[in-house]
Ligand binder design. Structure first.
Ligand code: FAD
Length: 471
């Protein structure tokens, strides 16, 4: 990206220090603006401190445990010092959680150092609009500061949704932000909600050796994802012993001593030692002075933005989870950068959600990019589909990988790749060639012609592309 210097007088105030906020601060500083970030909780936001980074650190331990579960198939036997078969490997949840928190704090500190080095001013406190061109920061150490701004970026994120009938107590009824305070291992964990967050935690704790019940109001887990991928995941989770309750709507969650009871809307009760609520997110947009500044929100309270992150108020931009556009750290960061490129007059392309790759960090992982099977089935785009199971892949056989597939979608006629799904271990890495093809409008033939290593999982991406060849 070229860096045409902005007029020195451009003052940018950013409210919220998550990926939407700090990434835009870096771009604005690079383009010569005078930048202030107002943030309540610590740089990196929820992404770094409570959501994305902590959960993926926990999942790194879970991933290793999953790999170890195939050890016997690969000829590895575990014995203790006396040569007896060990009773099993176990996880020290206290140590895992301490590592999670340490890594999160270190990453937040890294971001703080980077902003400082780039000349960004950071104020710890709560920001709110005072009209479109001014932000008032209520500072954490007392007092307040009024900040005049040529542009304001709102990047205040979102928080876990809770219900009056399911109130977290931080000990046994937990939001996803509270799980890292657990020191004792749950004896029976109930996860309510089978969207991405619920599925990731259920899969991770199961791999850590904890009995898990997943309460899902829908027909199958991950209702928003590719149906074939979700089916593979559900089959694997059940095979590994998870109790998946589908079409089961949670009505309430209550605790009595050490026992947590989840009551379902049909009267059934599920009991466990702990419960994680994964009921979605609500935007942090209350008390931000939005209405007075002319910033419109939708019915759910999310800030309305266009594809260059402009709100309905001139000079006020918004990025990330508070807009509800696509709740991913990568999208928050890109929305923030786009806002600054737009405001400061740099080259900018509007946000294109069809190029976003994303991943569900379950075991197996589910990675997707571009147009989906659902949109193809609904006739929104015409595309040819191929789906290739991973079990035929030589590397998969060697590694004892039995589940997963590569699916590709290409346009009839041109053969241009418009989307894909990968299900398997490290699908988050395997999706990249498909992302490149989608971003650069490569044809299936072009994707097939690039060499892949033999043997490799990525050989299945090329093989799937070959099957889309037209004579
Ligand atoms: C469990 C979980 C796992 C996830 N995993 C992934 C993943 O693997 N990959 C991925 O891409 N995405 C992931 N996400 C989504 C990702 O965390 C969010 O999309 C991302 O955090 C959004 O960034 P943001 O900058 O909009 O907001 P946030 O990261 O929420 O940051 C906003 C910050 O602003 C602060 N703030 C709020 N109001 C004010 C105010 N008035 N004044 C000052 N500061 C304020 C907040 O306290 C917060 O610190 C995950 C989400 C969850 C819940």
């Amino acid at each position: 990206m070229s860096s045409a210097p902005a007029a020195p007088s451009s003052r940018v105030v950013i409210v919220g220090g998550g990926p939407g906020g700090y990434e835009s601060a870096l771009v604005a500083a690079q383009l010569g603006a005078e930048v202030t970030v107002v943030d309540t909780d610590g740089l990196g936001g929820s992404a770094v401190l409570t959501d994305c980074v902590p959960s993926k650190t926990l999942i790194a331990t879970a991933e290793l445990m999953t790999e170890m579960s195939t050890a016997a198939e690969l000829g590895i036997e575990s014995t203790d010092e006396q040569g007896d078969h060990a009773t099993g490997i176990h996880v020290d949840l206290g140590k895992v959680n301490a590592r999670v928190k340490r890594l999160a704090a270190e990453q937040s500190a890294d971001i703080a150092r980077r902003l400082e080095r780039d000349g960004v001013r950071v104020l710890q406190g709560r920001g709110r609009l005072d009209g479109p061109g001014k932000v008032v920061a209520e500072l954490a150490d007392g007092g307040s500061e009024s900040l005049a701004a040529d542009a304001v970026l709102l990047a205040t994120g979102a928080a876990p949704r809770t219900l009056p009938s399911a109130v977290p107590d931080g000990e046994r009824i937990l939001t996803w932000e509270q799980v890292y305070d657990l020191t004792e291992v749950p004896t029976e964990l109930i996860v309510v909600g089978s969207g991405v967050t619920g599925a990731e935690f259920a899969s991770a704790y199961l791999a850590l050796g904890i009995p898990v019940t997943l309460v899902s109001s829908r027909d199958r887990v991950l209702p928003g994802e590719d149906a074939d991928a979700a089916q593979v995941l559900e089959d694997v989770l059940k095979r590994r012993g998870m109790n998946v309750l589908s079409r089961s709507r949670m009505q309430s969650v209550a605790r009595d001593g050490d026992v947590v009871t989840v009551t379902l809307s049909d009267g059934r009760e599920v009991q466990g030692s702990h419960c994680i609520l994964a009921l979605g997110s609500v935007p942090n947009t209350a008390d931000l002075g939005l209405e007075e500044a002319g910033v419109q929100t939708d019915d759910g309270g999310f800030v309305r933005v266009d594809r260059v992150s402009r709100t309905s108020a001139r000079g006020v931009y918004a990025a990330g989870d508070c807009t509800g556009v696509l709740m991913l750290a990568s999208v928050a960061a890109m929305q923030g950068r786009i806002a600054m490129w737009h405001f400061l007059g740099d080259a900018v392309a509007p946000l294109d959600l069809k190029k976003v790759s994303s991943n569900v960090f379950t075991a197996p992982e589910i990675a997707t990019v571009g147009w989906s099977q659902r949109t193809i089935d609904a006739g929104e785009i015409q595309a040819e589909t191929v789906m290739l199971p991973l079990r035929g892949n030589p590397r998969a056989k060697m590694q004892g990988v039995h589940d997963g597939f590569v699916k590709l979608f290409c346009r009839p006629g041109t053969g241009i790749v418009v989307g894909g799904v990968v299900v398997g271990p490290r699908a988050s890495e395997l999706i990249h060639p498909v992302s490149l093809a989608v971003a650069e409008s490569l044809t299936a033939d072009q994707l097939a012609q690039a060499f892949t290593v033999y043997p490799s999982m990525s050989g299945s991406v090329a093989e799937a592309a070959r099957r889309l060849h037209h004579f």
